[in-house]
Design a binder for this molecule. Sequence first.
Ligand code: T46
Length: 440
Amino acid sequence: MKKIAKQAQIDFSVVVACYNPDLEKLKKTIISIENQLGEVKFEIIISDDGSQKDYKDEIKNWADNMFFDNIIYNFLPNNVGTVKNFLSATKIANGKYIKPISPGDYLFDANALCKYKKAFEENDASLVFGKMAYYDSHKKRILHKSAPINKDLFKGKNLLFGIIDMGDFISGASIAMLKETMQKYLEEIAPYSVLLEDVPLTYLSVLNDDKVFGIEDFVVWYEFGTGVSTQKESKLKGQINEDFNQVLDYLYTKYPEKMKNWKRIRQGHKKIFDFPRKIYKIKQFFAIFTKINAKFCQMQQFLDYKPKYKLVDFVKHGDERGMLIAVENQKDVPFDIKRVYYIFDTLKDVRRGFHAHKNLQQVLICVSGKCKIHIDDGNKTFEVPLEDSSRGLYLSNDVWREMYDFSPDAVLVVLASEIYNEKDYIRNYDDFIKYIKEKK
Ligand code: T46
C-alpha cells in the first residue's frame, strides 16, 4: 500500500524490545500504543535482539494489514543483550523522548503518552516514571504492588536516599526518557551491563541530579512474573545479578561521595542511618495497603481494538482443480452479511464512491482484475491497491472512500452489514470532516 500519511515532528519513539516474544502479546502491546490519542506524535520501533523466532514477517504483514504506518523494524542479526538492543534502537529513534516497553506490557490507556508528554514539558524532566498496574496474565487479576513504594519519590524528593540507599526502585517498565540522555547513559553502562538497563538508567539520572518526575497516575499495565527480573526461575537472573554488581562498582568509583551509604550497607553497616531507614521501612510497610484502583477487565477493554479499516486475508482452499475461497459471517468478516453487490464494466478513468457511511461495515474484494481504493478517516489517507481475490479491504463507518483505476476486467464485490439505505451516506467531503470532528 502506498502511504501518504506523514508524521510531523515526533514526540515519542516507543521502543518495543523483543527477545523470543509471544506474538499475540506483541500485537497487543502495539495496539496499546496505536490506541494513543491526543496531541502527541509517536513512532514505534520494534527492536528484536536476535530471537530464534522473531516473527518478523508475521508482525510486518499484520501491521501492514492494520495500516499501522509508523513502525520501524530494527531486527538485530545476533543476540547482544537488552542494553545494546535498546542502544541500537535509541540511535535510530526520531522521537524527542524514548518510551521503552516489552511485549506483554501495555500503555495504560489512550492518554498514557499524553500524560508522559505533559510531565516532561511541565517539569523540564529528563526521566519521567509513573504508576503501574501489575497484572497476572494466568490468574487474570491485578496485584496490589507498586514501585517505587515511597510516595516522596514521585515528587522528586529524597531520590538519592530512597532509590540508592534504600533500594526502593523505579520500575523500568514505567519510565520514559529524553532520547539524548538515554543514549548517553546506555553508552556509558554498555561495558558493564548486558541485560540490566533500567536500574542503571534510573541510578545515573539520580546521581547526576537530573530532573526526575513521577506521574501519580497509571501509565502502564505490567505483566508480573514473566520478565527476566520477575520470573521465579530464570536462567538470566545470574547475568542480571552480575550486571547489577558491575554497574554498582562502576558507579561507586565514579560517584564515591553519593554512593558512600550504599557502600556501607553493602558492607553490613546498616546501623549508620538506622533511624531514617526505620521510618522508610514503616512507610513501605503501610504502602502495601494502598488500594490499586485498576481492574483487569479495564485492560482487556482497552486492548479490544476495533480498527476502522484493515486488510483481511482469506483462506485459499486450493487443489488440482483450482481455487476456492469461502467467506462466512463473523468469521472471515466481522459482521453478518445482509447484502452483496458488485461493480463491474467500469469505464477507464472513472472515479466513483466519494462518500462515507454513518453506520455500515463493508468488505471490498476485487475478485477479478484490479482497482484502487482511496480511504480517508479525516486524519489519515491511504491508497490501497486491490488485485488479489484472496484479500479484502474492511471499512467500517466514518471512512471516506473513492474507487478508481479499474482494469477493464475488474469485478469489485462488496459484502455489506446493512441493507441499502441512502440516508446512511455522507456525500459531501466537508460535511464528512465536520461530522468526524463533532463525533470526537
Ligand atoms: C460503497 C462503495 C464501495 C442500490 O440500489 N443498492 C445498493 O445496495 C447500492 C450499493 C447501490 N444502489 C444504487 C444507488 C445508485 O443509484 O446503485 C446506484 C449506484 O450506487 P452508488 O452511486 O452509491 O455507487 P458507488 O460505486 O459510488 O458506491 C458503492 C456503494 O453505494 C457504497 O456503499 O461503499 O460502492
